[in-house]
Design a protein around this ligand. Sequence first.
Ligand code: A2R
Length: 318
Amino acid sequence: MQKVLITGAAGFVGHYLSDSLLEKYRVVGTDMAPENKNSKVSYFPGNILDKKFLTELISDEKPEVIFHLAAKSQTWDRNVEEVFNVNVLGTINLYECILGVRRDTDYNPKIFFISSSEVYGNTSDPKNITEDSPLFPTKFYSASKAASDRLSYSFTQSEKLDILILRPFTHTGPGQGKGFVVPDFASQIAELEKDPNKSELLVGNLEPIRDYLDVRDVVSAYKAVIDKDWTPGESYNICSGKGVKIDEILETLLKLSDKKLNVKEDPSKLRVSDTPVYVGNNQKFVKSTGWEPKIPLEQTLKDTLDFWRTKEPLHLTP
Ligand code: A2R
């Protein structure tokens, strides 16, 4: 059985990815969180910036496959130093530790770097973003992902590391933290349903068009890459290829509730650098893997709303 290391294993996607890989792989996880709730994962808490910790983990475990998810992932984070430290220096640390272990052995794992559609930013054709579209990141998070995305490419060229770069577009689902638009709406609706005296739902900009995937479809895409042969340094978009206005997301969520709610714009929820349209082209990835998204957006929204209504432990398998 191959061993897979997931960095950022205790995060939103890391939870789903660990769970989905367990049926076929031995899963080792690492993250800052002191413990991981999935007891079937061998879990090693630690900081991606701690080289000694990472070197020991990699040389002891020698995972054949590594998914690098650990990151400061809040797209609106203004702490540029911390974002770059974790997302860029953390990625360098990981690759240098792997190279350190490779110096003494013939260790050469398959590495999947989880980038982001945010790298494209103010790109040239935002309704049909391909892997060749120019990168014009607009936020610190996006710039840090663009830097670590291109850095990953450079490690394939200069050090011959076997890294594939995956660029997931907006994804959501049960368990995603507040601050992102879907859990933000869903958590408010769930709270308002319980409170007979309140009915005001606060929203930000409802105009942007985004390419949405369910986190479980994203994880099935990640799973689809493991056993294939890839050209190191290649990038792949993981997306639906369809644009959905945030307004439509709100409408669908409102229909899923029996309570009549009043929608009110909250200026504090408006973001300065919201790109109006952002839709990916997934043909390169679909042709290489046969993967396709299976979960309709309405199902994702219903499951997310139910999650906030009950706050029960995650049901990870769709
Ligand atoms: O920031 P925290 O405390 O929530 O922990 C996050 C963790 N992380 C770290 N792990 C080790 N050393 C660090 N210095 C460090 N800083 C942060 O990475 C969190 O548990 C995990 C990332 O998970 P999420 O924030 O839930 O992100 P999500 O949505 O699972 O995205 C996964 C990947 C990220 O690389 C995104 O940039 C990419 O997908 O699109």
